[in-house]
Design a protein around this ligand. Structure first.
Ligand SMILES: N[C@@H](CCC(=O)N[C@@H](CS)C(=O)NCC(=O)O)C(=O)O
Length: 280
């Protein structure tokens, strides 16, 4: 680990993994001290509406600068900063930086497409909102995502890992580098989200990716991190909905969406003077 005198606080939703976990894995492997801050839904709303989240979303990293904290957003940038602190970024090798940056950008692309199977993103009242898709629609969306994007992406990862079995070719960067951890996070996320047969189909013919996963599983710091923050089984999110429950869903989902949209519009109106005052 490179020395890190600054204090760091990493904030995300309720100990969820999502776009935050890569940074936590990097900190864990590099033994970088940080405070793990869990944000609840209503607290998030207040933070966003007060303008204290630089991009209006989570995760954010609070970095102690000259006595106070400055807040930074964007998961890939936060992860890159963390990797530099942890010594898992190829800082002195532009080509390897380019290679691993691309892999980590694709980690976020893949996660974004995965989240699209659960949420719809829409701008309402000037705000980007995430509405859950009806449960009965998610299963088919997940299947389409696996068939169209995910399997291609995993095939690319298997190829990218050739011939060394790891992402970074610069031997001065210890295994796992930050991009190895990004692939690990994707494998674990998909293992928790897909049915066993979907997951084994996805991993078929990808021995290098599977070996990367086992090598990272075996790291003590990863094991202690995952003991405290295990990857959860989220297959229930995509469980088929019985025909009896569908009418209820058809009734409740639009009401829920209407309520969220109205709330966003009201907040947009009531916040306007505050935003204008802040901009002045
Ligand atoms: N490009 C951003 C996207 C961040 C993002 O979409 N965060 C989601 C959680 S994973 C969020 O804050 N959603 C709440 C909302 O937008 O209402 C990143 O990679 O950090």
């Amino acid at each position: 680990m490179t020395s890190s005198p600054v204090k760091l606080k990493l904030a995300y939703f309720n100990d969820n993994k999502g776009r935050n976990e890569l940074t936590r894995l990097i900190f864990a492997v590099g033994k970088v001290p940080y405070e793990d801050v869990s944000i609840g839904g209503s607290e998030y709303g207040k933070l966003r509406d007060s303008g204290s989240l630089p991009w209006g979303q989570l995760p954010v990293l609070h970095v102690q600068i000259e006595g106070g904290y400055e807040v930074f957003g964007q998961s890939c940038s936060i992860a890159r900063f963390a990797a530099k602190k942890a010594g898992s970024y190829p800082t002195n090798d532009d080509v390897e930086a380019l290679r691993t940056d691309g892999i980590v950008d694709s980690w976020r692309d893949t996660l974004d497409l995965y989240y699209d199977t659960v949420f719809e993103r829409k701008v309402i009242g000037g705000r980007l909102m995430m509405f859950p898709h009806p449960p009965s629609a998610r299963c088919a969306k997940l299947a389409a995502f696996i068939a169209s994007e995910l399997s291609q992406q995993f095939t690319r990862y298997e190829q990218l890992l050739q011939p060394t079995g790891q992402c970074c070719r610069n031997k001065a960067v210890p295994f796992p580098c930050w991009a190895d951890l990004a692939l690990y996070d994707l494998v674990k996320t998909m293992a928790g989200s897909l049915t066993p047969s979907q997951f084994s189909d996805l991993m078929e013919g990808k021995p290098t990716l599977a070996t990367l996963e086992s090598r990272i599983d075996a790291i003590d710091e990863i094991q202690s991190h995952l003991e405290k923050h295990p990857y959860k089984n989220t297959t229930y999110i995509f469980a088929p909905v019985s025909v009896f429950k569908r009418p209820l869903e058809m009734l409740l989902m639009p009401v829920h969406k209407l309520f969220m949209g109205l709330r966003a519009r009201v907040r947009a109106i009531t916040d306007t003077p505050v935003n204008e005052a802040a901009a002045a």
